[in-house]
Design a protein around this ligand. Structure first.
Ligand code: SF4
Length: 346
């Protein structure tokens, strides 16, 4: 089994081993079809590291993120948090995880209770986890608001969500995740529903908090441009599998997989050096995970498709350059251990 390590130290905070999440959709009375939302992903994330998962809708990145928090139980595979196997743990025994691992979701409008003001929103997790007396709680709320630059905090505490801008609501969502001092945050499309000017501010804020507190992030996005800005490693997902993984520099400057090239080609920035734009514009939407194509799942859309190979044999993820993994027949037989130092993409 292959393994991707996202690490700057030996201590892995999160380990996902060969994770599969399959849903079953009933087609006829006694027959159901498996929807392979995540189909065999193994990765490890160390403390203080941000891994970005990039891909189109339906690629499985959100499902994988939810499995990492045990918000859903994988069909098979194992999840470890700080070397503790959490795969089969019942919810009542995961209270410690709910404190150490937090989430920031896409929609700041629906993730906040409209009847709770800012102070109550931030106090609630402290009450649930029985942390501090009332003055200690107030101190923590003030600090969390200062961390997300909602200052002066006394002005924000009595406000309700409808009195905040979209960017401020998302800052409040980040503060709520931070107040329990987590080791790991799942950030699922945290900036996709706020205006462009607030996006950069929120991403800068997350980066700063990550560096200040050494939090590990799993950053889920369809936008490879923001992944480049916010992550230490990028994993590209397609139909439930990771098809490429490396550092942001390697992924953006020397992508290997045709799907990654297509994602880069789709970035709406006028970049004359974007050499993938013409060739790697891919048609249509990805197939549904209920009907995964044979061989390489990307073959019906791939501009490099090789008949008789790509539609027959599923490529395996391999390390083509040191620290740069991809699953594509174009690189069959290439292995970082036998490669020369040439790092130019073909
Ligand atoms: Fe394209 Fe074939 Fe590579 Fe799949 S294996 S990405 S179809 S060239």
């Amino acid at each position: 089994m292959w393994e991707i390590k996202v690490t700057n130290a030996m201590d892995h905070l999160l380990r996902l081993e060969d994770i599969r999440v399959h849903f079953y959709v009933r087609k006829m009375l006694f027959r159901s079809t498996p929807v392979r939302a995540v189909d065999g992903v193994t990765l490890r994330i160390s403390k203080g590291i941000t891994l970005a998962l990039v891909g189109e809708s339906g690629s499985g990145k959100t499902t994988l993120g939810r499995a990492s928090l045990r918000l859903l139980k994988p069909t098979s595979g194992r999840c470890y948090f700080d070397d503790i196997d959490i795969t089969d743990e019942p919810e009542r025994r995961l209270k410690w995880l709910r404190r150490r691992a937090q989430a920031v979701f896409q929609d700041p409008y629906s993730s906040l209770d409209p009847f709770m003001n800012v102070y109550q929103t931030l106090e609630e997790p402290l009450i649930i986890h029985k942390i501090g007396n009332s003055s200690q709680k107030k101190e923590k709320v003030e600090k969390a608001l200062e961390d997300v630059q909602m200052v002066p905090s006394s002005q924000f505490m009595p406000k309700y969500p409808h009195m905040l801008s979209g960017g401020q609501r998302q800052r409040l969502g980040v503060a709520r995740a931070l107040i329990l001092e987590p080791d790991y945050i799942l950030a699922d499309e945290p900036v996709s529903m706020i205006d462009a000017s607030s996006r950069v501010e929120i991403l800068s804020l997350l980066r700063e908090l990550q560096q200040r507190y050494g939090i590990a992030f799993l950053y889920i996005t369809h936008d490879i441009a923001t992944a480049r800005y916010f992550s230490d490693q990028i994993g590209v997902m397609y139909l439930g599998k990771i098809v490429e993984m490396s550092t942001p520099e390697q992924i953006i400057q020397n992508p290997l997989h045709p799907y990654t090239k297509a994602l880069i080609a789709a970035v709406p920035e006028p970049d004359p050096s974007n050499r993938f734009r013409e060739r790697y514009t891919i048609p249509g939407d990805p197939p549904t995970p209920a009907h995964v194509p044979s061989g390489c799942p990307f073959h019906p859309r791939c501009p490099e498709f090789m008949k008789g190979t790509c539609d027959v044999v599923a490529p395996q993820l391999q390390e083509v350059r040191p620290g740069h993994f991809t699953s594509c027949h174009l690189y069959a037989g290439l292995d970082s251990r036998s490669q020369a130092t040439d790092t130019t993409a073909p």
